[in-house]
Design a protein around this ligand. Structure first.
Ligand SMILES: Nc1nc2c(ncn2[C@@H]2O[C@H](COP(=O)(O)OP(=O)(O)OP(=O)(O)O)[C@@H](O)[C@H]2O)c(=O)[nH]1
Ligand SMILES: [Zn+2]
Length: 307
């Protein structure tokens, strides 16, 4: 028996990498269930599993799935209640944003951060296209960075084009499983290719396939970095997916609110207009950023701030 991490998931077979770097393509035996949801795929990239080699030793069978520290899902396209697990055991999710075009809004950033908190995945911000920032852009960058670093979200400023601070980002990714998200056009592919040039080849392969009208399954895959760690590359799903959040739990996903809400007078405080609200007091004292509080209200009221 061996153990390993799933690095590729096609829906019918899974590639498992063992600690010594060997890969074994595996089927699954038995049923693997995820508590609380019905899934279309029982195993996802990032999953830690036990495998048994088959007689020829080239292929194997997954016999055990270890508990996940977190996972991200997307709802199935059909109307069933099934969800697809995109990836598991993520150590961090980078949100790639830019203040050049297309400029990312604070509302979008906050919504992403809330989702990451709800999924229990540490989130980090990457400001890309630094080479294009005007003086005004650099001022906004300083403001944004101070907002998010004060709350505890690490920020990186990079240029995928010029390679600025890419080594720093690589260092942050060492020995971790990382995902990159962000709006179309912010430079996710450019950034990932700068980090791992092998990914560029793959992107071309995929578009070649679809050009020829061949059957393209969306498979998830993660790639090992030369210095250790993995980068998840799942075509078409470079997002955190969706997660349903109850109104009353929303405040927990804003760290600066979470750390204060025990001091609210009422334990069911919504932090909207209740007397003795510690969150609103902090807002008035300037300890909570107005833009963050606005995002809280906006998500609370069900407004979509995704764009
Ligand atoms: N000037 C500059 N341009 C960049 C940089 N990074 C990416 N770009 C450009 O921005 C455009 C979008 O980059 P992509 O890497 O395709 O962006 P993406 O986020 O992967 O976009 P989707 O594939 O649509 O999700 C391309 O024209 C890139 O050349 C950068 O650091 N500086
Ligand atoms: Zn309150």
């Amino acid at each position: 028996m061996l153990n390993g991490v799933v690095t590729k998931s096609t829906g019918s077979w899974y590639r498992v990498q063992t600690p010594d770097g060997k890969t074994v393509d595996c089927r699954i035996r038995g049923k693997f269930r995820t508590k609380g949801i019905t899934t279309t795929n029982p195993i996802a990239v990032g999953d830690r599993v036990d495998i048994e080699l088959e007689r020829n030793q080239d292929t194997g069978v997954i016999t055990k799935l270890y508990n996940r520290k977190n996972y991200i899902i997307r709802k199935s396209v059909n109307l069933s209640k099934q969800a697809q697990i995109i990836a598991a055991n993520l150590d961090q999710a980078f949100l790639v944003v830019t203040l050049a075009s297309p400029r990312t809004s604070l509302g979008f950033i906050d919504r992403f951060l809330v989702t990451a908190e709800a999924y229990d995945i540490p989130a980090k911000l990457v400001f890309n296209k630094l080479d294009l920032f005007s003086d005004e852009g650099l001022e906004i960058l300083a403001d944004y960075k101070s907002i998010y670093e004060n709350i505890g979200y690490p920020c990186f400023e990079v240029s995928a084009l010029e390679g600025t601070n890419i080594p720093k980002l690589k260092e942050e990714m060492k020995d971790r499983i990382s995902l990159f998200s962000g709006h179309s056009g912010v430079g996710k592919s450019s950034l990932m290719n700068a980090i791992l040039p092998e990914l560029a080849l793959r992107t071309n392969e995929i578009s070649d396939w679809s050009d020829k009208g061949m059957h393209t399954t969306t498979f998830a895959e993660m790639f090992e970095l030369p210095s250790g760690g993995f980068i998840i590359d799942t075509p078409g799903i470079r997002e955190l997916g969706v997660i349903d959040i109850e109104q009353q739990e929303l405040g927990h996903f804003f760290p600066e609110m979470r750390e204060r809400m025990n001091d609210c007078r009422f334990n069911n405080c919504r932090h909207i207009n209740e007397p003795g609200c510690a969150v609103m007091a902090a807002l008035e004292d300037g300890e909570i950023e107005p833009s963050r509080y606005e995002s809280y209200l906006s998500i609370y009221n069900g407004n979509d701030t995704r764009s």
